[in-house]
Design a protein around this ligand. Structure first.
Ligand code: 48H
Length: 256
């Protein structure tokens, strides 16, 4: 015999227990693309309490789409070693260029990150941050469906010691902070410098170099780093995203 009400109770109670237990954490990450998942994995693996909010239904951000819907991505050294860490298979296409399935990569990142203990909540959007004494100290969230339907429903807040903006090209969290701080980001102009046109080689290095603090206790990684600090885009090469996720985790581990 199967009772529908037991199914409902199991789902609601299990989810709410997880959500309640996530109201205070070490790190909140916005965005479950490759950089956000990688950051969450390395932090969770070291035992930190990591909460990741993802606006979309699926995990992986821009990764599953590969290059122009050809569901393959390219990764270079030294990021290929991160593929090994996640048991993602790849082939060396030409010396130094490793090609892999964007589906396998996104699925493996999500799987290992969840199993490492990161709490991932999809269908939730970060719409604001908490700021105390000029430091970011948490996020303000709402259901993505509320945002999409443009309903006037107040959000709720989750506190954390650090916040990572891994929201990709739109760098949404840094953009909110830029707007509400009156342009006091830790960038050369205090503002979002804006993403530049394609130049893969420069962009890949730029992403990693500019994976850093963009406002006290707010870090940026992945494509958000390029957008905030003014670097070019790189197209469907993903090594920089993976290395950036790992780097932001290491930077925060040193500060916790
Ligand atoms: C919750 C949010 C919010 C929000 C957005 O775009 P992503 O895949 O980000 P990265 O930086 O890990 O990877 C970038 C890569 O996919 C890419 O676009 C590349 C390499 N482009 C190169 C080029 O030349 O174009 O993932 C960001 C995630 C998405 O899943 C969004 O839904 C999510 O963040 N998100 N989640 N609250 N406010 N905003």
């Amino acid at each position: 015999m199967i009772e529908e009400t037991i199914i409902s109770k199991a789902i609601i109670e299990s989810y709410l227990n997880d959500l309640l237990d996530s109201i205070e954490s070490d790190v909140v990450i916005g965005g479950a693309g490759p950089s956000g998942l990688c950051a969450a994995y390395y932090l969770a693996k070291r035992g930190f309490k990591v909460v990741l909010f993802e606006r979309a239904l699926k995990l992986g951000g821009g990764m599953p789409g590969g290059g122009m819907m050809f569901n393959r991505i390219v990764v270079q050294e030294p990021a290929r070693r991160i593929l090994d860490e996640f048991n993602i298979r790849c082939q060396e296409y030409q010396p130094g260029y490793f090609v892999t399935s964007s589906l396998e990569a996104a699925a493996a990142l999500a799987d290992k990150t969840l199993k490492a203990g990161a709490r991932i909540f999809n269908l939730i959007t970060i719409e604001d941050v908490i700021v105390r004494e000029n430091c970011v100290s948490g996020v303000v969230i709402n259901w993505s469906s509320v945002e999409m339907a443009k309903l006037h429903i107040d959000p709720v807040s989750f506190a954390s010691r650090f916040v990572i903006d891994a929201t990709g090209h739109p760098c949404e969290i840094a953009r909110i902070v830029e707007k509400k701080s009156g342009g006091k980001l830790l960038t050369p102009t205090g503002r979002i410098e804006g993403e530049k046109s394609m130049w893969a080689e420069v962009a890949e290095q730029f992403t990693v170099d500019n994976t850093k603090e963009a406002f006290p206790n707010l870090y940026v990684c992945g494509m958000a780093s390029n957008a905030v600090f003014g670097g070019p885009r790189m197209g469907p090469i993903f090594g920089g995203m993976l290395l950036s996720g790992k780097k932001v985790a290491e930077l925060i581990m040193k500060k916790i």
